[in-house]
Write a protein that binds this ligand. Structure first.
Ligand code: PLP
Length: 419
């Protein structure tokens, strides 16, 4: 079957609208895991590091400011934090954050039921146990459930899962009232904000990842930011700074380290100068990337709005999000019908993941698949998790690609809906 499709916009003023012939079974051929190349400036900086050979962050020539120290200074400025530390991964940043606020083996830590494995993994790494908090149809943490459970732990490891930010003002009110320390997992919200406050700056510590699938790409890597000088000093000692913390540029005064430097174990997880060299030019263009992600996100969102049976996630006005992935809900659909939508879209090149699958697949898993952590049944959240369909939006996709992806999903959801 052949369909005549009029492009809804002109690429430049005065362009004549041309009908485009599109077959009903058009296929998408892009790769959902292909990121953009490292900017040329990052490649050049990486080559310079390789040529001089000083890859370890503390291996600097006389008077030299290493790439890692400069990156930290720039990341602190970007987020408006007093202190920043670059580390080996996002998971390491979260584990270090938990240690730095004093979480001990046997403690309980509040966290999201809807998140990814590195989050409960970070809690397990310090010997603690997660207390899972539910998820709403906005795909954010359920604040009523949080209020009900706030007396069960001293710390909340809050995951801004897939970039959906809850009402942070209300969340902080709940946590402050119960003396719960908030650590933010900003793996999907680097560059995002709530009511103008950068994501990661409401809690006492913000943690970020620069793994390949996040907003900056150094393969592996992460950051931690805070305004608390004692916590900053602890994280730096924990990361394996030996007594070389004075070579940092976004750290508290040396006297702060004096108070804790013999108390903190060295649990090495430093960033190196090669990764930092790759990251600095990317950080400089983060805001532009956010804009490009959001154009793509809105293209898919507009294409899917009004699809019968499919619920797009409304984004609050207070939220500046980074649309690096897209989720929708097939709420109250039977599992085999959701699986059929995913299969049919997959056959047309649109790769989506379903959070409702009983067994973890690829990066999707659920609170009840982490068997090392005990959990209570959460029927309200289960209903939502069962309906979540998820896909990545790499910046290598064009806006036309995104329009095509939306057409494929719309058609296949419609076909399964009618069957
Ligand atoms: C990627 C990710 C992290 C951190 O992951 P690393 O691979 O350790 O950098 C943390 N939380 C979420 C939700 C993630 O997706």
């Amino acid at each position: 079957m052949i369909l005549i499709y009029l492009r809804p916009y002109a690429a430049w003023p005065g362009q004549i609208l041309r009908p485009t012939i599109i077959s009903m079974t058009e296929k998408f051929t892009g790769n959902f895991t292909q990121q953009e190349p490292i900017p040329e400036a990052g490649i050049a900086a990486a080559l310079a590091v390789l040529r001089h050979g000083r890859l370890h962050r503390y291996n600097v020539a006389e008077g030299e400011l290493g790439e890692t120290a400069l990156l930290e200074q720039e990341f602190a400025a970007e987020t408006g934090a007093k202190y920043a530390l670059a580390v080996a991964s996002g998971g390491y940043a979260m584990t270090t954050a938990l240690r730095a606020v004093g979480v001990c083996p046997g403690d309980r830590v509040l966290s999201n039921a809807f998140t990814l494995a590195p989050v409960p993994g970070a809690i397990a790494a310090v010997g603690a146990q997660p207390v899972f908090v539910g998820v709403t149809e906005a795909l954010t943490i359920d604040l009523d459930d949080l209020a009900a459970k706030a007396d069960q732990a001293d710390v909340l490891l809050l995951s801004h899962m897939r970039g959906h930010i809850c009402d942070m003002d209300q969340l902080m009110e709940i946590c402050d009232a119960s003396d719960v320390t908030v650590i933010e997992d900003c793996a999907h919200t680097m560059g995002a904000a709530w009511r103008g406050v950068p994501s990661g700056r409401h809690g006492v510590i913000g943690c970020y990842s620069c793994q390949t699938y996040k907003h900056l790409n150094s393969g592996e890597g992460g950051f931690l930011v805070t305004d608390d000088e004692m916590i900053a000093a602890r994280t730096i000692m924990l990361s394996g700074s030996y007594m070389l913390y004075e070579r940092h540029l976004a750290v508290p005064e040396p006297n702060v380290f004096e108070a804790i430097k013999y108390e903190m174990p060295n649990i090495s997880g430093r960033m190196d100068n090669l990764r930092a060299a790759i990251l600095r030019p990317q950080l400089a263009i983060l805001a532009a990337r956010v804009g490009r992600w959001n154009e793509r996100y809105r293209m898919i969102e507009n294409g899917l709005r009004g699809t019968p049976g499919l619920q797009v996630i409304d984004r609050p006005e207070e939220e500046l999000y980074v649309g690096s992935s897209f989720q929708f809900l097939l709420l109250d659909w039977a599992g085999d019908r959701i699986r059929e939508v995913v299969r049919r879209c997959g056959a047309r090149g649109v790769e989506m993941k379903w959070f409702g699958a009983p067994e973890p697949a690829a990066f999707t898993s659920r609170y009840d698949s982490w068997r090392y952590a005990s959990s209570q049944p959460m029927p309200v959240s289960d209903r939502i998790l069962h309906g979540i369909v998820d896909m990545r939006i790499p910046l290598t996709f064009s806006l036309d690609d995104c329009a095509l992806i939306a057409r494929v999903i719309r058609a296949e959801v419609g076909a399964v809906c009618r069957s």
